[in-house]
Design a protein. Structure first.
Length: 304
C-alpha cells in the first residue's frame, strides 16, 4: 500500500483505526469461540409458554414415532413429556410412587422403566393400565445393586447401571443379572453408558476413558480421553463421533474413536449456549443434540 499525503491521509488513518477498534470490540463482545462452536441453540424444554417448570431435569429420552421428548425431573419427582415444539404434552408422578427419579427408558410396547433414587428401586410403569411395580436389583450372591441408569436396546433387553460397583448389568426376563460389563484393572466404575447398533459404550469418569463392548460382553476397545475435568455424560452421533459433557466446565467435547479431540463447544453459565450443571446428552430423531441441565432447570436442544 502506498501512503496518501495531506488531509486525505488523515481520513484514511482515522478510518483504519475505527475499523480496528470495531473489530476488537466485536471479538470482546462475542467472547471465546467455545461459546458458539459448531453447534447452536435451537430450542429449549420446556418452551417459555409451556406452562410448566422443571426443577432438576436429570435425563431426557425420546419417542421417535410420536416425536416426543420425555424428561425426568428429580426435583419435583415427576416425568414430563413434551411435543416436538416444546409444548407440554403430559406430566405425571405415577400415583405418587416417584421419589427423586433420575433416569428413564422406554420399552417398545410403550411401558417405562424408571430409576427411583429415593427408594433405590427400578419402577416398571404401564401408563395405559395405570400400573406401577417396583423391583430391587440384586447380584447372584444377594448383594443389592444401586441403580443409577437404565436403557433398553432394539431387542427390548434391559440394561442397568449399578452406581455402587459401576458395572452395567444386562437383565433377563425375570430381572436377574445375566451379564456384566465392567472395566479393566483398577476399574473405578462407569458413570454413564449408551447403547448403539455396534455395541455398548461406557464412560469411566475417574480415568477419563470410554469403553466399547460388543453385546456379548467382549471388550472391543478402550479409548483414553484428555482435557476433561469432571466428565458426566456420554453420547455418540450417527458417524461414531464421541461426545462427552464436562459438568465442571459446562463444555461438551467431541472426540474421534482414536481419542483425538475434534472440537468443543458450550461453556459454564445459565444463558443459551451454556450449561450450569449438566447431567445428560442425547441425540433426537433429527440428529439434534439434547443437553439436560439440572442447574438451569431445562433441556437445551442444539443444532448444526
Amino acid at each position: 500500500m502506498y501512503p496518501v499525503e495531506g488531509e486525505e491521509s488523515m481520513k484514511h488513518l482515522k478510518h483504519f483505526l475505527f475499523m480496528i477498534t470495531a473489530g476488537l470490540l466485536s471479538l470482546a463482545l462475542a467472547g471465546p469461540a467455545i461459546a458458539e462452536g459448531p453447534w447452536k441453540f435451537s430450542q429449549q424444554l420446556p418452551a417459555r409458554d409451556a406452562g410448566i417448570v422443571l426443577e432438576r431435569p436429570m435425563a431426557v429420552t425420546i419417542d421417535e414415532q410420536t416425536r416426543r421428548y420425555y424428561v425426568v425431573d428429580a426435583g419435583r419427582s415427576q416425568l414430563v413429556s413434551f411435543n416436538q415444539d416444546g409444548t407440554l404434552h403430559a406430566a405425571f408422578n405415577a400415583g405418587g410412587r416417584l421419589d427423586r427419579p433420575i433416569a428413564m427408558a422406554r420399552s417398545r410396547n410403550g411401558t417405562l422403566w424408571v430409576v427411583n433414587r429415593g427408594t433405590n428401586e427400578l419402577l416398571h410403569i404401564n401408563v395405559a393400565r395405570q400400573e406401577v411395580n417396583g423391583y430391587s436389583i440384586n447380584y447372584p450372591d444377594g448383594t443389592p445393586a444401586f441403580p443409577a441408569g437404565v436403557a433398553v436396546d432394539e431387542k427390548d433387553r434391559l440394561f442397568i447401571l449399578d452406581g455402587k460397583r459401576g458395572a452395567v448389568l444386562l437383565m433377563d426376563d425375570n430381572l436377574k443379572i445375566s451379564r456384566q460389563f465392567a472395566g479393566e484393572n483398577n476399574f473405578q466404575g462407569f458413570n454413564d453408558f449408551v447403547l448403539k447398533p455396534d455395541g455398548l459404550w461406557a464412560l469411566e469418569a475417574s480415568a477419563r476413558k470410554v469403553y466399547h463392548f460388543s453385546m456379548d460382553g467382549t471388550l472391543v476397545k478402550v479409548i483414553q480421553l484428555s482435557g476433561l475435568e469432571f466428565p458426566v455424560a456420554l453420547e455418540l452421533d450417527a458417524g461414531g463421533q464421541i461426545y462427552v459433557l464436562d459438568r465442571r466446565t459446562g463444555v461438551i467435547t467431541a472426540f474421534g474413536r482414536d481419542g483425538a479431540k475434534r472440537f468443543d463447544f458450550l461453556g459454564k453459565g445459565k444463558r443459551h449456549g451454556q450449561v450450569w450443571n449438566g447431567t445428560d446428552l442425547l441425540f433426537d430423531w433429527s440428529g439434534r443434540l439434547c443437553v439436560a441441565d439440572e442447574g438451569s432447570g431445562q433441556i437445551e436442544i442444539l443444532t448444526r
